[in-house]
Design a binder for this molecule. Structure first.
Ligand SMILES: *Cc1c(COP(=O)(O)O)cnc(C)c1O
Length: 429
């Protein structure tokens, strides 16, 4: 019998197969060739039949040239930083498609001349927050802080309460971000308490601004006092408020969470927020407030390095103008409706012989805001050993492991995905 290794098809022959040729136009030649070479090696080693090299190649190909994979968020954490925080609305996704090619990001199509970059997005922000005289957008909340420190406090001081020296995650700390610009920090108060006089005493000729930072990922309880933005009004220097979450107006479900409009009304001269937390949009840093301050930010050379791309601008505008975001819908989910969904899912899984129980659960907003707030939710409990195969399946499902159970919390998941989730669990079983 002929040596099967001789029958292994050559690379060009595999590339000629119609499905493989289609994959080349989708994924590019290099990725496909890698998969072919691997299939050929396996055939030469006798692990697959030479006739199966084409099928083996196709099976090994990724769905797209990016390795980013869809993950169903069954953690009950609405804004999960490790899952990319806010899921974009369909209208924002549509806007990304439109903007992905060449687009009018910096062109006025009527006059044919260069126009202000992202003008429509800034207009949408100002329409959403009429109290702001001007707006600017950078890459994220941290970039907004760095830009404010650079443009408004270079060579000078930023006055900040010790209780607001926040670590925002992954080891990054707001005080370090601020001092990396060359500005100096003037710390006031203690961890738990600060008074208006502490701020008054600290403000002087070197002060660039007073910074208020919302403790968005922790709560201090007990013998505490802080100074609200409204009390700092008129202190003689700009008051910059980092509200974190990106709510533009008070939210009925999160009454304690600060929002841009109220913070400006309270007297903040500049508000800083993230785009991908409770606003439910793309990663971005929003700066809203006084015209003269925003102009100084825009004119700073650093602004060019923190500039957002056309995709961010497009998705942000669609988030602001479009229908309720997935984040907003998750916040407003009805407890009874969640319970029904959990029961239906548990029933369907139990019918397939999977030990699944519906149970009450509580969800959280996540590092993106509202620390300590628990949102009533519902989950389906599975044996703990389901967690890993769910995480590594397609689509991947991230569950919450709690007290020896694998909980599929439905709060962060749109109802349209219940069926996808059901099939993912069946695939594991
Ligand atoms: C999240 C957060 C930041 C950082 O914003 P990014 O958009 O993640 O860079 C800064 N300040 C506060 C109060 C935050 O909550």
């Amino acid at each position: 019998m002929a040596d099967p290794r001789r029958r292994v098809p050559g690379t060009d022959r595999v590339l000629d197969a119609p499905d493989v040729a289609a994959a080349v136009s989708r994924l590019g030649r290099d990725l496909v060739k890698q998969a072919i070479h691997q299939a050929q090696r396996r055939a030469r080693a006798g692990l697959v039949e030479p006739d199966d090299v084409v099928a083996e190649t196709l099976a090994a190909l990724p769905a797209s040239a990016s390795s980013a994979r869809r993950v169903l968020n069954a953690t009950g954490v609405l804004l999960h930083t490790n899952l990319g925080r806010a899921a974009l609305s369909d209208s924002a996704v549509q806007a990304l498609h439109e903007a992905a090619g060449t687009t009018d990001v910096e062109l006025d199509l009527h006059t044919g001349r260069r126009g202000p970059r992202g003008a429509a997005t800034l207009r949408a922000l100002l329409d959403a927050v009429p109290r702001a005289e001007a707006a600017h957008v950078v890459n994220n909340g941290a970039a907004a802080l760095v830009l404010a420190a650079t443009a408004l406090a270079r060579g000078g001081e930023i006055v900040l309460a010790r209780g607001e020296m926040v670590e925002i995650g992954d080891g990054f700390r707001i005080p370090d971000l601020l001092t990396s610009t060359g500005a100096r920090l003037r710390e006031v108060g203690t961890t738990n308490r600060v008074r208006l006089d502490d701020y008054r005493d600290a403000v002087g000729p070197d002060t660039g601004f007073v910074l208020k930072v919302h403790p968005s990922n922790f709560v201090i309880e007990g013998f505490t006092s802080s100074v609200p933005v409204s009390a700092l009004r008129g202190i003689g220097v700009p008051v910059v408020a980092d509200i974190g979450s990106g709510l533009l107006h008070p939210h009925p479900v999160l009454p304690a969470e600060p929002d841009a409009s109220s913070t400006l009304a309270d007297g903040a001269d500049l508000v800083i927020a993230s785009g991908d937390k409770l606003l439910g949009g793309p990663q971005a840093g929003l700066l809203l407030g006084r015209c003269d301050l925003v102009r100084r930010l825009r004119r700073d050379p650093l602004a060019r390095a923190l500039r957002v791309d056309k995709l961010t601008l497009a998705a942000l505008e669609a988030t602001l103008r479009g229908p309720a975001t997935p984040t907003e819908r998750a916040l407003r989910r009805d407890r009874e409706h969640l319970r029904h969904r959990a029961e239906a899912l548990a029933d369907a899984l139990a019918a397939a012989g999977i030990p699944a129980d519906p149970q009450a659960s509580s969800a959280t907003v996540g590092g993106g805001g509202a620390p300590g707030v628990e949102l009533p939710s519902a989950a389906v409990a599975l044996p703990e050993h389901y967690a890993k195969p769910l995480r590594t399946g397609t689509p991947a499902v991230l569950a919450r492991v709690e007290r020896g159970r694998c909980l599929l919390d439905l709060a962060a998941l749109p109802p349209e995905d219940d069926d996808v989730l059901r099939r993912a669990v069946l695939a594991v079983a």
